[in-house]
Design a protein around this ligand. Structure first.
Ligand SMILES: Cc1cc2nc3c(=O)[nH]c(=O)nc-3n(C[C@H](O)[C@H](O)[C@H](O)COP(=O)(O)OP(=O)(O)OC[C@H]3O[C@@H](n4cnc5c(N)ncnc54)[C@H](O)[C@@H]3O)c2cc1C
Length: 407
């Protein structure tokens, strides 16, 4: 019997489910507390990068998720109206090429949730955690959990538990002006859309539209796309009042080939506004508490790393708990292990996002005329591919995550 035996995980998103699964497979008793009354995925599709896939490899879940997802070979961005290619990142340029995978959230949820049930993880639903103290969770209904050896906070970017830690550490979440409208649509039949690419079209940095193939939902043969439109959160009301047809005309003017796809969107409510924020906990651990995933660090999804970072956190935490019998030593090892990779990617996300989502003309001009040319330098394709793959300071080669090292 292990010393750190009973673990509470708050939040059944991809990070919480991955932590719960790994800890249950280590022979610990794991209870997941989720605020929803049915365990379910939230949001649209995303890209699993080679880093996130390495964690799923270690869990033996890659074949299951590949069966539902869509392999992605490259990320392709054009400026409108010129049509100039300003972003062309190919996963084949990696030193050891590995495709990314476009997946619908329900696919990763299904695969991780099933594996958790098989591993004996218990779920308590409709349990909205409000605080964690000395191994106990407090809930919105005023109740408190029994004491656990460890609480893992995986409640996402608006975690009330991490907010207390952030305040104590003197850091705060910063809301970003731009967010995006997201929806899931049928995969467009139009041959213009490359089924192996994330495609984006930009006008300056104030307008951006994107289409990502995300494979299928579990149990359905219908192929899907995630569609997104950049929007300032403060402009959402104006956008709703403006009406769907005026907006569709604007999108069609930017990217005419989206016309058929836009026909599948029938109401403004079909598009969900995601508000972006940026925060990084200086130290994602406290007494009998570990914070993982978006609860510990969230940012704009422009670099597409969030889920992958959460999976890496899960792996690092569980590896540290397996390696160190003493809880405080294990928590310090987890925090140390993820420190530099996380800081680098948080900084890159914060630095790159304004080139794609901002007012003004200077940054998009630099993106199109300077960065676009720099991307053609001999070393650049591999560097760009490594950057979007999450492989700078390769987390598969350092610290506890050495076990993820590719063959
Ligand atoms: C529009 C958009 C596009 C994105 N695209 C990408 C992409 O392409 N690639 C990528 O890697 N990442 C992407 N991300 C980021 C990614 O979605 C997040 O990084 C990821 O979902 C974080 O996972 P998580 O499990 O840490 O948190 P979440 O996914 O937020 O899950 C948190 C879970 O906790 C539950 N919960 C919340 N509060 C409580 C509470 N108080 N008590 C109990 N339960 C609670 C929630 O219901 C949820 O189940 C995108 C994000 C957005 C918003």
């Amino acid at each position: 019997m292990t010393a750190i035996r009973d673990i509470a995980v708050a939040g059944a998103g991809p990070t919480g489910l991955a932590v719960a699964l790994m800890l249950a497979r280590q022979g610990r008793r794991v209870v997941v507390f989720e605020r929803f009354d049915t365990a379910q995925p939230v949001g649209a599709g995303f890209m699993l990068q080679p880093t996130g896939l390495a964690v799923l490899d270690a869990l033996g879940l890659t074949p299951a998720i590949q069966g539902l997802g869509q392999p992605i070979d490259h990320i392709f961005g054009r400026a409108a109206p010129s049509g100039r290619v300003v972003l062309d990142v190919r996963y084949s340029d990696l030193k050891r090429p590995r495709q990314a995978l476009g997946v619908h959230r329900s696919a990763i949820f299904h695969v991780l949730h099933q594996a958790c049930l098989e591993a004996g993880v218990q779920f308590e639903l409709a349990r909205e955690a409000t605080a964690a103290s000395l191994g106990r969770l407090s809930f919105a209904d005023g109740s408190t959990s029994p004491a656990f050896d460890l609480v893992v906070d995986a409640t996402g970017a608006r975690s009330p538990i991490a907010a207390v830690l952030a305040q104590a550490q003197g850091s705060a979440r910063r809301d970003l002006a731009y967010g995006a409208l997201w929806t899931t649509t049928p995969w467009p039949v139009d041959p213009h859309f490359d089924e192996r690419a994330l495609q984006q079209v930009y006008r300056g940095a104030a307008k951006m539209v994107g289409v990502l193939p995300v494979g299928v939902r579990p149990g359905s043969p219908d192929r899907l796309a995630t569609f997104f439109w950049s929007l300032k959160a403060q402009d959402h009301d104006v956008w709703v009042r403006q009406g769907l047809e005026a907006w569709k005309a604007e999108v069609r003017a930017l990217w005419p080939e989206t016309a058929a796809l836009l026909e599948t969107i029938g109401h403004t409510d079909d598009l969900v506004l995601a508000r972006y924020g940026h925060h990084t906990l200086a130290r994602p651990v406290a007494d009998r508490l570990a914070v993982v995933g978006d609860a510990a660090h969230s940012t704009s999804p422009q670099l597409g790393q969030g889920v992958n970072m959460g999976l890496l956190d899960a792996h690092a935490l569980c590896w540290a708990l397996q390696t160190h019998a003493d809880l405080d030593t294990a928590l310090s090892a987890y925090a140390q292990d993820r420190r530099w990779h996380l800081r680098l990617y948080q900084a890159l996300s914060l630095g790159f996002t304004p080139f794609y989502q901002a007012d003004g003309r200077l940054l998009p001009w630099i993106r199109d005329h300077v960065l676009g040319k720099a991307a053609r330098l001999p070393f650049a394709p591999r560097l760009l591919a490594a950057t979007v793959s999450g492989l700078l300071l390769d987390p598969r080669r350092t610290g506890c995550a050495k076990s993820l090292r590719p063959a």
